[in-house]
Design a protein around this ligand. Structure first.
Ligand code: ATP
Length: 516
């Protein structure tokens, strides 16, 4: 879909997701609930397959990573220890003219990014002018205009972040005023005061109001892993280094939740905490950065759609952090975070619980607090990355076009569709026999309605990699045609060879083998 704007392409992705049963707005019957979504009959299959791909790669293939499924509700002190009660805030600001609400840090970051893009444009122009002799690094550090753009971007971000850290919201707001950062809707810089807003959802446990205690819906799955570190280590007799992985729902009361399933208020995370000896964390950080990128690349969406963003400004608990960014229809944005979290979390839980949360190392005969390297990816964001990249409007040789969802074969909702050419002559019965055989290993659909061309298009639109067509010859010699979604090429093969043929191209194992 190269001839349409990114905005239009994104709109088509959202419309397609709904039309073909991938994603529905939550409570649509009641006009919907903002930034909450439901996965439909095809969406749930794709989402499950993506989760399985993660789980098998992170647990089954690792040997020293085990799973966990901790509860969403946790003791309220967990969130004090983790720092979420005091610091899981976003700075919020409203424009008085448009009445729109924004995250002030996002407004400032977008402004800085625009300055950087201006610098990049200057560099591009110079590159064209000077040709082969062009020394980009030199130009970036000496050209007055480029230097001015880049240092301005840095200065603005530094001033804003410093003000926030100091809790000086008036000064943080002043940055928007001084830089004339305006509301994209009203175009004015008529801003309200800036306030900090905690993103955790609070609720109460217990039936009697006086006795009820305040609880939070977890804003990340990681803390469930940290508080179970000793349980898993001891009962599993785990030796360092080892990991604990879990997938599950997390909840954040996002101030601005746009961009479809990119930023939701209820979403799913897939996180793995890798516990290591202090001092070895940088080695493991590099290891997981590489491993996680390879995992993404194996999906085949295109290497140029990914990039690392190494954090310069680190969270208080981290000594290294990077994002894997993906090129969404609205630009490069965070898909996964990889963080070296030091011993911050385990030490804090030791402090707040009053219990010893340490590891006894049989090799060195000493007890210490392990360091942690975390990998954290949003399942819904991954879903969006895959769906948005896969949707294609292909113009065929005869001038007609087809909508095809080029999903990675192994994660497609349905791997194979069985299509009896006619609804008579025993063809539907043979289709049923083939279905009964294949359904043990694959998600299989049988479609008997409409002309065969129309049925192919329907399967293309939901991303089914293969269609098996049963025709009269099938009754004679037990062969069928197998049509490939992407090339639309058909081969004829024996029914008894279908299973092994499909296994090679659409099974989860075929995808996982790309990793090793
Ligand atoms: P962002 O900067 O986009 O708000 P974050 O840095 O707060 O994300 P983390 O706390 O590192 O995100 O969470 C890990 C992953 O969880 C993210 O990389 C993202 O894929 C996913 N995630 C976080 N918040 C949301 C959300 N509101 N909706 C969907 N996915 C999310």
């Amino acid at each position: 879909m190269s001839n349409i704007s990114p905005e239009e392409a994104f709109k088509r992705v959202i419309a397609h997701a709904k039309e073909y049963g991938f994603i529905f707005q939550s409570s649509e019957l009641y006009d919907g609930l903002s930034a909450v979504y439901d996965y439909g009959q095809n969406g749930v299959l794709l989402k499950n397959n993506l989760r399985t791909y993660w789980w098998k790669a992170m647990v089954q293939l690792q040997g020293n990573v085990v799973g966990l499924d901790s509860a969403i509700f946790m003791h309220p002190t967990v969130w004090k220890a983790s720092g979420h009660v005091d610091a899981f805030n976003d700075p919020m600001i409203d424009n008085k003219d448009s009445k729109k609400r924004y995250r002030a840090d996002v407004l400032v970051e977008d402004y800085a990014e625009k300055l950087r893009q201006k610098a990049d444009k200057e560099v591009e122009k110079a590159k064209e002018r000077f040709g082969a002799a062009f020394d980009e690094a030199m130009y970036r550090s000496t050209n007055p205009r480029v230097v001015e753009y880049l240092s301005k971007a840095d200065a603005v971000l530094t001033r804003f972040n410093k003000a926030l850290e100091a809790g000086d919201f008036a000064e943080a707001r002043q940055v928007l005023i001084d830089e004339k950062i305006t509301c994209p809707v009203s175009g004015s810089a008529n801003w309200t005061e800036l306030r900090q807003f905690n993103l955790m959802f609070a609720t109460k446990m217990g039936s009697v109001a006086e006795d009820a205690s305040d609880l939070y819906l977890r804003p990340e799955t990681a803390q469930g892993i940290f508080v179970n570190f000793l349980n898993v280590q001891k009962t599993g007799r785990m030796k360092l280094p080892f990991g604990i992985a879990q997938t599950g729902k997390a909840f954040r009361n996002e101030i601005v939740a746009r961009q479809f399933i990119f930023r939701m208020r209820e979403f799913e995370q897939m996180e793995m905490q890798y516990f290591v000896r202090p001092g070895s964390e940088m080695e493991w950080y590099a290891h997981w950065k590489h491993a996680r990128m390879q995992w993404h690349l194996a999906l085949g969406l295109g290497a140029d759609r990914y990039r690392f963003h190494d954090h310069e400004k680190l969270a208080h608990y981290a000594n290294a952090a990077a994002d894997i960014e993906f090129q969404f229809p609205f630009g490069f944005k965070e898909l996964e975070g990889i963080h070296s979290r030091t011993d911050f979390d385990l030490s804090r839980h030791e402090e707040f619980s009053g219990r010893k949360v340490q590891y006894f190392d049989p090799e060195t005969n000493e007890s210490y607090t392990p360091y942690v390297v975390e990998t954290s990816v949003g399942l819904d964001r991954l879903f969006l990355a895959v769906l948005a990249t896969a949707l294609d409007e292909e113009v065929l040789e005869d001038g007609s076009s087809r909508t095809v969802l080029r999903l990675p074969y192994a994660v497609a909702p349905t791997q194979v569709a069985i299509l009896p050419l006619l609804k008579k002559d025993g063809l539907p019965e043979l289709a049923q026999t083939v279905y009964n055989e294949l359904r043990w290993d694959f998600q299989v659909a049988v479609d008997e309605k409409d002309a065969i061309g129309k049925r192919y298009r329907r399967q293309d639109a939901v991303g089914t990699p293969y269609c098996v067509t049963i025709d009269h010859q099938s009754l004679v010699d037990e062969t069928v045609t197998l049509r490939d979604r992407d090339s639309m090429k058909q081969i004829r093969l024996n029914i008894k060879d279908l299973r092994s043929n499909l296994q090679e191209s659409v099974s989860m194992t075929s995808l996982l083998k790309k990793l090793i």
